[in-house]
Design a protein around this ligand. Structure first.
Ligand SMILES: Cc1cc2nc3c(=O)[nH]c(=O)nc-3n(C[C@H](O)[C@H](O)[C@H](O)COP(=O)(O)OP(=O)(O)OC[C@H]3O[C@@H](n4cnc5c(N)ncnc54)[C@H](O)[C@@H]3O)c2cc1C
Length: 441
């Protein structure tokens, strides 16, 4: 005789929100299955440091299996979800049989929005995956090498002109890091090219940088970047690009490396459910994070549009996803174990921060605003604290201290087989999955 089957909770996505939700269900009287097309969870706030060779990918990525290994009621499977049948209560996979669920949590995050120009992705990778960060690192490091080797001054100028598109936190952090680290490296280790040959251009279509921050902090960031050699071009939309140039209304910029950091759009969750989405393709959810008209389906993090107290969608931030994951995990547990109705999610803002350069960051929390060195210490402390486990915290702290004291970068590797930009759902990606996930989930 076997007892009644325990409720099956399927979580799609093992990022900030999915992991927090799964952990909150650890040890509960439920069977949890976490499906992710990657085997690792990524600490995206430090991805720009992988792209600029300050950190290695493994410093900021944690296998999902390892992160959840201690919870015996949680299974993890490497699988790409391609759809949901909300009537039959099953999840479709690209490879393998449908997966049944009693409760489904969609935590599939977001992707960069190329505003209908998806072919630009190959020329201007964003910073969403380890692979993209490696492609950018490869292109940056190669551009220095090729510039050092060429005798043609025009080609050298083009190779050493790097363009970052998008003046949000990612673009600002990337541009600041590219100019500072690039010039340090060139002045120390190169002989023909000079630090002042390196140009980093930050292109933003809006009239100012960092729209999510107060204007005075954004102005501080812009002044700092300009003082340290970044050319900031505002009100400047990108019209076209190819592998070696970016075209804006102001003209054509020949370049050796392009980075995309403009705008994100939610995953396909709304399309899977044929449910309404808010701006940026974010699936509309009720205050308790459930999806209207789709029984036992929930969404959280970047892929969901949950309204804040001001009636606006909560921002696509790791702290929102994490808090929502913890909230929903606990709430579902209480519902299943004690029949408690699901409470509404309330976001507690812990502040917003962005780093601008060495010893310079901005920090905004309620009415409090910080800039400069103090904000930078705070930024570093917060980011080390938020890393997934003590091992990563120690590793990253040691590397930062070393780079801070020596101004040396630890991960200046040019891959012998260059990494390629692979859209997450591409056939190449699926081949990798096929090899990795033998059998059913
Ligand atoms: C470069 C960068 C810097 C950032 N810096 C900050 C910062 O400083 N502070 C901050 O608060 N936020 C920051 N963010 C935003 C933050 O990363 C996101 O808000 C957060 O990751 C959202 O969490 P999530 O769980 O919704 O999605 P994610 O963490 O992106 O996780 C989604 C998961 O779903 C998986 N997945 C997606 N589709 C499928 C599918 N079809 N099948 C199976 N699995 C799938 C993905 O592989 C991924 O593991 C940054 C983002 C970027 C890109």
């Amino acid at each position: 005789m076997t007892g009644p089957q325990r409720p099956r909770i399927v979580i799609v996505g093992g990022g900030f929100g999915g992991l927090a939700c799964a952990a909150a269900l650890g040890g509960a009287e439920v069977d949890v299955l976490v499906l992710d097309r990657r085997n690792h969870s990524l600490f995206t706030p430090l991805l720009y440091q992988v792209a600029t060779a300050a950190l290695s990918p493994s410093d900021i990525a944690e296998p999902i299996r390892k992160a959840l290994g201690r919870h015996r009621n949680i299974r993890v499977a490497l699988a790409e979800v391609t759809g949901v049948d909300a009537v039959a209560k099953t999840v479709h996979l690209r490879e393998g049989e449908d997966v049944p669920y009693d409760h489904l949590i969609l935590a599939t995050g977001s992707d960069y929005n190329y505003f209908g120009n998806d072919d630009w992705r190959t020329h201007a990778p964003g910073l969403k995956t380890v692979n993209e960060a490696r492609v950018i690192r490869q292109r940056l490091l190669l551009s220095y090498e090729q510039a050092e080797a060429t005798g043609d001054p025009e080609r050298r100028r083009a190779l050493l002109t790097h363009v970052v598109i998008g003046g949000g936190p990612t673009g600002v952090e990337m541009a600041g890091s590219m100019v500072e680290l690039g010039r340090e490296m060139i002045s120390r280790d190169f002989r023909r090219i000079r630090p002042e040959d390196l140009r980093v251009i930050l292109v933003e279509a809006a009239p100012r940088l960092l729209m999510a921050f107060p204007e005075d902090l954004a102005r501080y960031a812009q002044t700092y970047l300009e003082k340290h050699g970044v050319e900031v071009r505002l009100n400047c939309a990108v019209k076209d690009m190819d592998a070696e140039s970016v075209t804006t209304a102001e003209g054509v910029i020949p370049t050796g490396c392009i980075v995309w950091g403009a705008g994100v759009r939610g995953s396909e969750a709304a399309q899977w459910l044929d449910a309404p989405a808010a701006k940026g393709n974010r699936l509309l959810v009720r205050p308790d994070l459930s999806v209207e008209g789709r029984p036992d389906v929930y969404a959280l993090g970047d892929t969901a549009a949950a309204m804040g107290e001001d009636g606006m969608p909560l921002p696509a931030l790791a702290q929102v996803a994490k808090q929502q994951g913890q909230h929903l995990g606990k709430a579902l547990r209480a519902k299943i174990e004690k029949g408690t109705p699901l409470p509404a999610f309330v976001f507690h803002n812990r502040g917003n921060t962005a780093v601008v350069g060495r010893n310079a960051a901005i920090f905004h929390f309620g009415k409090r605003k910080l800039r400069g060195r103090v904000a930078w210490y705070l930024w570093a402390l917060v980011h080390v604290y938020l890393l997934v486990n003590p091992q990563k915290r120690i590793l990253v702290t040691i590397q930062w201290l070393w780079s801070y004291m020596t101004r040396q970068l630890g991960a200046r590797l040019i891959d012998e087989t260059p990494p390629q930009v692979v859209p997450a759902a591409s056939p190449a990606h699926n081949d990798t999955l096929r090899e990795a996930s033998a059998g059913k989930v």
